[in-house]
Design a protein around this ligand. Sequence first.
Ligand SMILES: O=C(O)CCC(=O)C(=O)O
Length: 256
Amino acid sequence: MKDRELLQWEYDAKGYAIFKQAIPQLLCKEILEKIHHFEYSVGTLSEKQRNSHVFINELSDDQRAGIDASLCKDMLYIIGDICEYFPEIIQIFIHPSIAHITNVLLGTDNPVYHFSNITIKSAYYGPQSGLHRDYPNKYICPMTSHFMRLILCLSEGNKHNGGLGFICGSHRLEDKEALQGLRTQYSYDTLEYPECEQGDIIAVHPKVIHGGMSNRSDKDRYYCVSQWGMPTDDFLYYTEEKFTGISFTELSAMAQ
Ligand SMILES: O=C(O)CCC(=O)C(=O)O
């Protein structure tokens, strides 16, 4: 693992940092297998269950980027509330790497879990992820930007298969400016796209502008996204998922 000061420097300077091989690849493979089973059985979900997820055919034409909605009716883009669907995923959220990363970058080794999801960009069909900041977001968003998202690469992720890219330095603004929203149009060409392998975690500053292109390569891209913060009751937006508001230590004790 790279040393602490360098990771802190990267995060402060660019707005993201990569923790190489933070989660064992074997665990990533086990989780991927569960996800594949879920994808195969998606046709059996009830209407209510389908509403927890996002399907590619529900996205805008821009986001589908040339793929006709009728070709991807049952193809998932986001699997929501994953602790409900894949209880095994808790093994990732109680891994010591999570506490290590938040200790280095947020200043606590006992962060509070907010939510998680799986974002899928299937080979050939994967949609664009629009450019955005995570602060503010309308799902679970603390009043201040003292929180972060951790993106675990369950597969490889890079520019060519729809991996995340960043506008380096775009996190350097006050919270009140970020709250005014994105005021400039950015092109996907101006982003920096790290090359990530299965098991790497990308720590994303809540104010860095990020997104990813569509996946027209022959390699699937699977990310496990989780958001972590500090103990607080002050939220701009709040949604409750299984385990929302539970600390890393409490999650670890529950998993014993
Ligand atoms: O998976 C993606 O491409 C987008 C995820 C993301 O940007 C986020 O959760 O903030």
